[in-house]
Design a binder for this molecule. Structure first.
Ligand code: NAI
Length: 221
C-alpha cells in the first residue's frame, strides 16, 4: 500500500515530539493527554491531534496517549528502529565535531568511516575511527553497507564527491556544504545550514528591536 503523503511541516515536528516523549519516558510517565503534551511543548492540543491523525492517531484511548507506545511509533516513523551506517567526508572542524558527538550513535546513527584529502589528518583517531584518505572512499562504499554520507567539505569539492558516491550506490546525503546538490530522484538530500538558523534568530532580534523603537530600524554597524 502506498504511504499517504505527509506534509514537510508535520515531518519537521516529529523529532521534537520524539525528544519530549523520550524525556517523559525517562521520567517514567506512562500516559499523557494531548492537553498536557501541548502545555509541555508549547503547541496547541489541536495541532498535536491533527499531526498524530496523519498517522492514524496513535490510539488515544480514555486518558491520553501511552507514552512508551507513542515514543516507539514515532521512532519507527523516523526510521530510528534500525541502525544507519554513516561515513563522514571532511574531517575538519565540523566533521570532527559530528564524529565526536556520542548521541547520534545512541539513536542508531553509526559512523563507519571518515575521509579527507589532507594527509596531515590520515590516521587521526576520532572515537576509535581512523581518518582515511579520500582515495579509499569508493572501495569503502563498495564493500560496506553505507546508508548516509555526511558532507562536511567546502562547496567546490562537494558536487564532484557527491557525483562519484552516487554512482556507487549512495542514496542519502546529509549535506553541510553550502551548495545545492543535483542528484538523481532516488537520492535523498537533507541540507543543513546553521547560518540560516542564526539568521532567523537575528531576524527575530531585529524585529523585537524595531518594535521597541516604534517601528524604526536602527543600524548599529
Ligand atoms: P574545515 O576547513 O575545518 O574542514 C574541511 C575539511 O574538508 C578539511 O579537513 C579539508 O581537508 C577537507 N576537504 C576539503 N575538500 C575535500 C574533498 N574534496 N574531499 C574530502 N575532504 C575534503 O572546515 P569546517 O569548519 O569543518 O567546515 C566544513 C565545510 O562545512 C565548510 O565548507 C563550511 O563552509 C561548511 N559549514 C557548513 C555549516 C552548515 O551549517 N551547513 C556550518 C559550518 C561549516
Amino acid at each position: 500500500m502506498e504511504e499517504k503523503e505527509i506534509s514537510q511541516a508535520v515531518i519537521g515536528r516529529l523529532p521534537r515530539y520524539y525528544r519530549y516523549l523520550g524525556d517523559l519516558k525517562a521520567a517514567h510517565v506512562e500516559r499523557i493527554s494531548s492537553q498536557e503534551l501541548s502545555e509541555l511543548m508549547n503547541v496547541t492540543a489541536s495541532q498535536i491531534r491533527q499531526d498524530f491523525n496523519n498517522f492514524g492517531g496513535f490510539g488515544q484511548q480514555g486518558y491520553g496517549y501511552n507514552v512508551d507506545y507513542l515514543h516507539e511509533e514515532i521512532g519507527k516513523l523516523l526510521g530510528l528502529n534500525t541502525d544507519h551506517h554513516l561515513i563522514i567526508i571532511g574531517a575538519g572542524n565540523l566533521g570532527q565535531a559530528l564524529a565526536n558527538y556520542v548521541n547520534f550513535e545512541k539513536r542508531g546513527f553509526i559512523v563507519k568511516g571518515i575521509f579527507d584529502i589532507n594527509p596531515a589528518l590520515y590516521g587521526k583517531q576520532l572515537r576509535g575511527i581512523q581518518v582515511k584518505p579520500m582515495e579509499e572512499v569508493i572501495d569503502f562504499v563498495d564493500q560496506n553497507d553505507i546508508d548516509i554520507v555526511v558532507l562536511t567539505i567546502p562547496k567546490n569539492g562537494a558536487v564532484d564527491v557527491t557525483g562519484q558516491l552516487v554512482k556507487h550506490g549512495v542514496k542519502a546525503i546529509w549535506n553541510f556544504a553550502h551548495v545545492d546538490l543535483d542528484v538523481p530522484e532516488d537520492v535523498i538530500v537533507e541540507n543543513v545550514h546553521l547560518s540560516d538558523s542564526l539568521m532567523k534568530l537575528s531576524y527575530k532580534i531585529n524585529r523585537r528591536k524595531r518594535e521597541e523603537n516604534g517601528g524604526k530600524n536602527k543600524s548599529v554597524r
